[in-house]
Design a protein around this ligand. Structure first.
Ligand SMILES: [Zn+2]
Length: 97
């Protein structure tokens, strides 16, 4: 029985999606959903980053689109900065008479 969760996502577009979730009592990840592997630089041996390995008890790529939401960008489009026809460099290619 999959454990599903409703999530608000903004990528690839704003929408409500149903996602799979890790098993809370999973013996491997203890509900965390995966394991982190810290790895070091092969030359210096210093910490170089962390790999994330999703656990087998869930599928982080399994998601269902529930409800696409409208983009809140109408305001932004209207106020997008463009060339101002009354700006200071108007007729800048003509001598000022
Ligand atoms: Zn697990």
């Amino acid at each position: 029985m999959p454990r599903l969760r409703i999530e608000l996502t903004s990528w690839p577009r704003r929408s409500l999606v149903l996602t799979d979730t890790p098993r809370p009592d999973c013996p491997d990840c203890e509900g965390f959903g995966g394991t982190q592997h810290h790895y070091g630089d092969p030359e210096t041996g210093e910490y170089a980053g962390t790999d994330w390995e999703p656990c087998h008890c869930w599928n982080e790529n399994r998601r269902w689109l529930l409800l696409p939401l409208p983009r809140p960008s109408r305001w932004l489009r209207r106020h997008r900065p463009g060339r101002d026809p009354w700006g200071p460099d108007r007729n800048s290619d003509e001598p000022p008479f």
